[in-house]
Design a protein around this ligand. Structure first.
Ligand code: PLP
Length: 434
């Protein structure tokens, strides 16, 4: 049974019109309601955000921007998009926002197209160290049409900044490459990003600074991570991770000339018609981010992450960099056992109702399909209402499942079923937003 009345009514309709799809949605609603979501890039949106996406706004073509559309009948769409833009600007305290990118990767594509010519060089962190595929992976647009150069982390185990960004090396790489753009912001980096330091380096080598805050945007808005403004020239983000909105992208800046280039690069450069039902849901989510409760949410996300990292440490699991400053941690499973891989851990935990993803750790000897780590994040469990005391329970469940897997060569049927029941009972006490 779906947890909220509107999904229930959609299911009632679909059971008539399309029982096959209805059955899959019903099962997925059940999965989400009864499992613990630790994927650092996921969240549970409010019913208001979710159901705004299921409205008649999806029927409209609104190519262009408010006041300058290529189709008639856009008056209400102009008002909705303008509202989303105003709220986005207010959230980040900046002058310009484009709310049309369909996703984070498309926001990056548009921002890169606006700031660079094909063949231009840029510097970023490589995917396996915590970057994103849109930051220069060979088969991604960013690696095919531009020339990525990657800056390193501190890899030496005895270095006090082990696994953190090596800012001196960032400067060295940038002074050598003289990139058009310097890119910071990551998918699997558990520490604060020093945007001022990045800007200093960008100025010194003559690069534009782009900050992709896809993961930490909500923390920035809540005031628990430093803002990329006024340091970054361009800021991109997703809207569905810590911002707790619909799936989508967002581009922000303070410079009018850059803003014009970005608008052109999004439409008609990279996209056609905007997803107006999603843009309306972005406006609703941004309204929630601007409400007083969101600051408390951001604070609790951090408290929960730090509690989970400590609880795991007391069970013998090392987190990279020794812990976390933000919403996520990378757990180095080898410190528990050399035989434990990220792929096995992900699979075993899922069978016990705890959902996470395998993730390479810096300098990982295992290939990306196997890995030596898992990435865990607290945005979704915090939305659910879980607090520090529950993080201890989650760490204990994780250790119980992984220990059973190691001891029994992966045959963990009974332990998984027992933990699954306990997880389910906790989830029942903390229902999803409805
Ligand atoms: C998630 C993420 C993106 C891309 O988001 P999609 O909406 O999946 O395209 C881009 N950059 C970073 C750093 C991310 O973590």
């Amino acid at each position: 049974m779906a947890h909220d009345p509107i999904t229930q009514s959609v299911l009632a309709l679909l059971r008539e019109k399309d029982p096959q799809v209805a059955e899959h949605i019903a099962q997925e609603a059940r999965r989400q309601a009864t499992t613990i979501e630790l994927i650092a890039s996921e969240n549970h949106v409010s019913a208001a955000v979710m159901h705004t996406m299921g409205t008649c706004l999806t029927n409209k073509y609104a190519e262009g921007y408010p006041g300058a559309r290529y189709y008639g009948g856009c008056v209400h769409h102009d008002a909705i998009e303008s509202l989303a833009i105003e709220r986005a600007k207010q959230m980040f305290g900046c002058r310009f926002a484009n709310v049309q990118p369909h996703s984070g990767a498309q926001a990056n594509q548009a921002a890169m197209m606006a700031m660079m010519e094909p063949g231009d060089a840029f510097c970023s962190l490589v995917l396996k160290d915590g970057g994103h595929l849109s930051h220069g992976m060979k088969i991604n647009f960013s690696g095919r049409f531009f020339r990525p150069f990657h800056y390193p982390l501190h890899y030496a185990k005895d270095h006090p900044e082990h696994e953190r960004i090596d800012y001196d090396a960032v400067r060295r790489v940038c002074m050598e490459v003289r990139p058009r753009m310097l890119l910071c912001g990551y998918s699997a980096y558990p520490r604060v990003i020093d945007f001022a330091r990045f800007r200093q380096i960008a100025d010194e080598c003559g690069a534009i600074l782009m900050a992709d805050v896809a993961h930490i945007a909500g923390l920035i808005v809540a005031g628990v991570h430093p803002s990329p403004f006024p340091h970054a020239h361009v800021v991109t983000t997703t809207t569905h991770k810590t911002l707790r909105g619909p799936r989508g992208g967002l581009i922000l800046c303070n410079d009018e000339e850059i803003a014009k280039k970005i608008d052109k690069a999004v439409f008609p450069g990279a996209q056609g018609g905007p997803l107006m039902h999603v843009i309306a849901a972005k406006a609703v989510a941004f309204g929630e981010c601007l409400s007083p409760g969101f600051k408390a949410y951001g604070k609790q996300v951090l408290k929960n992450a730090s509690a989970l990292a400590s609880a795991l440490a007391s069970c013998g699991y090392r987190c990279t960099t020794g812990g976390t400053d933000n919403h996520l941690m990378l757990v180095d499973l080898r410190t528990r056992s050399e035989h434990l891989s990220g792929a096995d851990a992900e699979k075993w935990l899922e069978s016990a109702g705890i959902v996470c993803n395998k993730n390479g750790i810096p300098d990982d000897p295992r290939p990306p399909r196997v890995t030596s780590g898992v990435r865990l994040g607290t945005p979704a469990v915090t939305t659910r209402g879980l607090r520090e005391e529950h993080m201890g329970m989650i760490a204990a469940w994780i250790d119980r499942v992984l220990s059973a897997g190691l001891a029994n060569d992966g045959s963990i049927g009974d332990v998984a079923a027992a933990v699954r029941r306990e997880v389910s009972a906790l989830c029942e006490q903390f229902p999803l937003p409805a």
